[in-house]
Design a protein around this ligand. Structure first.
Ligand SMILES: [Zn+2]
Length: 247
């Protein structure tokens, strides 16, 4: 049977078994996959997780909006969220103990899952270069801290996304992430951007240290199969789901 998702060793050891990064299937409703297949994918995941909790997702806009789980639950109403389209916009979900699974969809952008070992609070972040440049990571960490979690009690897993070798960018992006790029050749205006490193720099800028961060180092572009890549497949690409729940 195809593996549905992979987990972070660090988050498992921290006591957050309900989390994962999908490595097969398509979770995108407005993409090329037939609607019934996407619904079946969500149902298969829910069955595998054996949870009665609703799934919270957002209309992701590559920004820095952080939405708390209570607000997202209120927007769902009676719906369980597993097979419907989200109404709220934002790029990070934060839970201070709500009985809900937080989900983000990605294809090349990074899913970042955060777990607070002291409070049990969690967050799920969608972070591509736009979100990182907008400060979505720092903003999420600040809100978790404001809700009572100590920064040094946080653990973060950076999931599947585009790798350094696959991410050629121009001067415009290189200027935004000077600590995470290397030039290709000499003065060509072409660079390789290490997006997971840029995410790590954001987390460290928010006060975390490298020992609190795990990189899964799975590339969505050059990984053998199963993962979706916007860079490789364009607008026809599907999406993988990453998820986490508070304890
Ligand atoms: Zn790659």
């Amino acid at each position: 049977m195809t593996k549905l998702f992979v987990q972070s060793k660090m988050l498992c050891e921290a006591g957050f078994p309900l989390h994962g990064f999908a490595v097969s299937g398509d979770y995108r409703f407005d993409g090329p996959a037939p609607q019934n297949e996407v619904v079946a994918q969500y149902r298969a995941l829910r069955a595998a997780l054996d949870t009665q909790w609703p799934l919270l997702r957002l209309q992701q806009v590559h920004g820095d909006g952080v939405v708390d789980a209570e607000t997202a639950l209120a927007a769902l109403g009676q719906d369980d969220g597993w097979t419907s389209r989200p109404s709220l916009e934002g790029d990070a979900l934060l839970s201070t103990g709500a009985e809900a699974v937080l989900g983000v969809l990605t294809a090349d952008c990074l899913p970042i899952l955060v777990a607070c070992t002291d409070t049990g609070h969690v967050a799920a972040i969608h972070a591509g270069w736009r979100g990182l440049a907008a400060g979505v990571v720092r903003r999420t960490i600040r809100q978790l801290a404001a809700a009572g979690s100590a920064i040094d009690a946080m653990r973060c897993a950076i999931g599947p996304g585009i790798c350094y070798h696959c991410y050629e960018v121009g001067d415009d992006l290189a200027d935004k992430f000077p600590e995470s790029v290397d030039p290709i050749g000499k003065n060509t205006g072409a660079w390789l951007l290490d997006l997971p490193n840029a995410a790590e720099v954001s987390l460290i800028g928010a006060g975390l240290s490298t020992v609190q961060i795990e990189r899964l180092d799975i590339c969505t572009v050059c990984a053998p199969e199963g993962l979706h890549s916007h860079r490789r497949d364009g607008d026809k690409s599907g999406r993988q789901l990453s998820f986490i729940a508070a304890r």
